[in-house]
Write a protein that binds this ligand. Sequence first.
Ligand SMILES: NC(=O)c1ccc[n+]([C@@H]2O[C@H](COP(=O)([O-])OP(=O)(O)OC[C@H]3O[C@@H](n4cnc5c(N)ncnc54)[C@H](OP(=O)(O)O)[C@@H]3O)[C@@H](O)[C@H]2O)c1
Length: 237
Amino acid sequence: MSACRKVAVVTGGNRGIGISLVRNLCQTFDGAVYLTARNEERGKKAVQDLKAEGLSPCFHQLDIDSRDSICDFAKYLKETYGGVNVIIANGSVSYEKNSPVPLSEQSEGYIRVNNIGNANLYQALEPLLRQDGRYVIVSSGFGQLSHISEKLRPKFQTDNMSIDQLNCVLNEYVTSTKDGSYKEKGWPGLAKRRLQAGSCSSNQNPCAQSEGQPSSSARERLLSRMDCHRRYQDVSG
Ligand SMILES: NC(=O)c1ccc[n+]([C@@H]2O[C@H](COP(=O)([O-])OP(=O)(O)OC[C@H]3O[C@@H](n4cnc5c(N)ncnc54)[C@H](OP(=O)(O)O)[C@@H]3O)[C@@H](O)[C@H]2O)c1
């Protein structure tokens, strides 16, 4: 086990902002840098492209929409390094503005991957974070509460909500896109990027064999460690 070696991980690292984060971490971070991707072929191709630039990222498959994939990766990090220093949760699904995919399918995909998937990832990897480690969630201005109606905002502006309750609220959004009531209920018509306000879900570590931590504790840790829009420079070195 390379227990002393520092490790940084980027999800959705095969393209877009993700590959730029990996490139910059390779240039500035003193440790192993993992480019992870849901698709092995695309991920390995991106690693090869960066190697052609003289950089040395490592690769591991990671699909945040799969609990098995998340657990495999958490196990790999624990067994290989004993912990992790930096996680940048960048991977997400998105649809073009004029996508032919029905809104009900888009909203389901968003919540399942961008919210629930990222929350599952957090709950699996946060216990591995080393002291002074950083867990960075790349979010979007579209996740601000100003993008939903005022009548819905109180649902998110509370400190007393468990992760499961929060998950229920997000599912209300998905349901409302299916029955067509989303507009009158104040939800957005276009589920653009992730709904940052609810980036958490179940109260259970997806890799835990027994009962997970209490919802409030997991949520508090998630929100306190959440560091939206933090620049990669802050976590390098
Ligand atoms: N671009 C912007 O203007 C902008 C603005 C604000 C915020 N952001 C945020 O920045 C992040 C990256 O944006 P981007 O424009 O670079 O996005 P992008 O080009 O759409 O890339 C998204 C990445 O996430 C990966 N991904 C999708 N589903 C995944 C899954 N289930 N598990 C793991 N990875 C998955 C994609 O893999 P595949 O290649 O396999 O699809 C791809 O590598 C997103 O979180 C986004 O919300 C972007």
